[in-house]
Design a binder for this molecule. Structure first.
Ligand SMILES: [Zn+2]
Length: 291
């Protein structure tokens, strides 16, 4: 979820305010890989090759989906909101077997997954996905965690857990090709004020682990879930911006968005120069992990 959430209904996002982790998981059911699912819009997506073998698929400005192709398999990173015929678009790009991994459980990233058979994601966001994604025949999520990887033949994509924006947020890392795919973890403006976001300190700890990996492996580009691409220096800016918030050097300005019922505070370089390129929306009551 980010500020450019133009295509989803207001009522859907009001659900952010009432979601509690008490929803019973839906029963797993098979989902066929079919391009003729009823109600899906053909030619909904546009796409471009942003790096050799890496395709950015635009869900009508709502979010970025990525398709990474190897010599033997392809990996779809996120599935969009579920309005367009994503399988048709994928098949225009590649005939390889496709697995799908979901970066986190928000509807603009997770709700198109019913078009695919083999789905991966963090177990910690399964309830969130089941809550937001109500299309029938949702496929079972195969859990991944830090250390899980996808072998695409000539390229390997690694998983790194990043609790913060949601409990089950993950990023995908292509070490050999020095790139990362980050869902909503490393947008220029990140929401940490949602009712199901983790404490800000938890998110900062996630970013520190990621920054160590990024620097060690000289990752040089971030492909985020909205807008972008971003420079890897953004992560250090995010960490510094959160330091300013936690040290009470940045109270920022009130922030609301019509798509959620929450209110938070926006900290950016206007209020804390250390933020530089980063903007963080936080809940002053959810800064620290509870003892
Ligand atoms: Zn999100």
């Amino acid at each position: 979820m980010q500020k450019r959430l133009l295509g989803l209904s207001f009522s859907l996002f009001l659900l952010f305010g009432v979601f509690a982790c008490t929803q019973a998981p839906q029963q797993p059911s098979p989902a066929a890989e079919t391009s003729s699912a009823p109600g899906l819009v053909d030619d909904h997506f546009t796409y471009k090759e942003v790096s050799p073998g890496v395709w950015q698929i635009d869900d009508q400005g709502l979010s970025n989906i990525y398709l990474v192709t190897g010599t033997t398999k392809a990996l779809l990173i996120d599935s969009g909101q579920g309005k367009g015929n994503l399988l048709k678009t994928v098949r225009e790009i590649t005939a390889l077997p496709v697995s799908t991994v979901i970066t986190h459980g928000h509807p603009d990233h997770a709700c198109g997954r019913f078009q695919f058979e083999l789905i991966y994601g963090s177990a910690k966001d399964i309830e969130l996905m089941d809550f937001f994604c109500t299309a029938p025949n949702q496929p079972t999520i195969n859990p991944v965690k830090t250390g899980s990887h996808f072998d695409l033949g000539d390229r390997t994509i690694e998983v790194l857990e990043q609790p913060g924006h949601t409990a089950g947020s993950i990023v995908l890392l292509d070490k050999a090709n020095k790139m990362t795919f980050t869902g909503d973890n490393n947008n220029i403006l990140v929401w940490l004020y949602l009712g199901h976001s983790k404490p800000l300190k938890t998110y900062q700890d996630s970013l520190k682990r990621m920054n160590t990996y990024i620097n060690k492996n000289e990752i040089n580009i971030i492909y985020p879930g909205h807008d972008g691409p971003n420079q890897p220096g953004l992560i250090a800016d995010q960490i510094a911006c959160i330091d300013a918030i936690l040290n009470q050097q940045c109270t920022g300005e009130p922030y609301t968005n019509e798509l959620t019922p929450y209110s938070g505070q926006l900290c950016n370089s206007q209020y804390a120069p250390a933020c530089q390129s980063a903007q963080i929306v936080f809940d002053p009551k959810n800064l620290w992990e509870k003892p």
